[in-house]
Design a protein around this ligand. Structure first.
Ligand code: BTN
Length: 255
């Protein structure tokens, strides 16, 4: 097993899929969006070993030191009716990878954080390119913490890496190939109940007390269910059901 991602090995392991591998990038999503606009076919993938201006949800930054993670962006050509499930596709495929390698307590924190032992191990950022009402394509960006050391950082109590949990090294190239295979398996199922169910059954906050910080402010209540478009339904103490489309969830009350 090699701890390094060696370009020739990456290319041959991922072949015949179109792939571009970089030692260091600003953002794999940014490069994938450029490639998509140039006509890259569905399934094409940008992979990097280090990312210095990674994009996160809600305009946040996502930095990945060299040699510590899986960082990739897959180009897809979904129909406009399927784009709501892009995040589900990424989250389910990453959960399946983690389950496959024997990671414990794998779950999804709505809407798109994959967690190990209740801490974030992976983030997913889909970006869609439109021409008018038509979807030209989408980029599914995924970052998975393999051996990032969060000790002493501001993220120490919220983020986690795979290897310290498993207590062994993992081969990032094997993991990458497995993940891409899961993505290939699920891509034709975008827009289906099967994909929605695979996502919903891994959500780890349904039936629990949550506080959601969304665009319209903050609310606390019971996470009742999710709709097929991914929206979270939260029942507040006055009995009102709120449909939350985007936001951050924390378990419990904020006060
Ligand atoms: C989040 O905020 O949880 C989403 C983080 C997504 C990070 C990944 S890393 C690979 C891809 N390229 C980017 O610039 N961002 C995504």
């Amino acid at each position: 097993m090699s701890l390094m991602l060696i370009p020739e090995r990456v290319y041959s392991a991922v072949a015949p899929r179109p792939v571009r591998f970089y030692e260091r990038v600003d953002s794999t999503n940014e490069l994938a969006l450029e490639w998509l606009r140039q006509g890259a076919e569905t399934g094409s993938v940008i992979i990097a070993d280090e990312q210095v201006k990674g994009r996160g949800r809600l305009g946040r930054a996502w930095y990945t030191p060299p040699g510590t993670a899986l960082i990739l962006s897959v180009i897809l050509r979904p129909a406009s009716s399927e784009i709501q499930q892009l995040t589900m596709l990424g989250a389910v495929a990453i959960c399946e990878l983690l389950e496959h390698i024997g990671a414990p307590d794998v779950g999804i924190k709505w809407p798109n954080d994959v967690q190990l032992l209740g801490r974030k191990v992976s983030g997913i950022l889909p970006e869609v390119v439109w021409s008018g009402r038509h979807v030209d394509g989408a980029v599914l960006g995924m970052g998975i913490n393999v051996r990032i050391d969060f000790a002493g950082t501001a993220l120490a109590d919220r983020a986690i890496s795979i290897e310290p949990v498993l207590g062994r090294l993992i081969d990032r190239l094997d993991a990458l190939v497995y993940l891409l295979n899961r993505i290939d398996e699920w891509t034709p199922q975008l827009g289906t109940k099967a994909l929605f169910d695979a996502w919903r059954e891994r959500l780890n906050m349904l039936g629990r007390r949550v506080t959601v910080v969304g665009a319209d402010g903050m609310l606390t209540g019971w996470a009742e269910t999710v709709d097929e478009d991914g929206a979270l339904r939260v029942k507040t103490d006055d009995g009102t059901i709120h449909r939350v489309i985007a936001g951050d969830v924390v378990l419990g009350s904020s006060s």
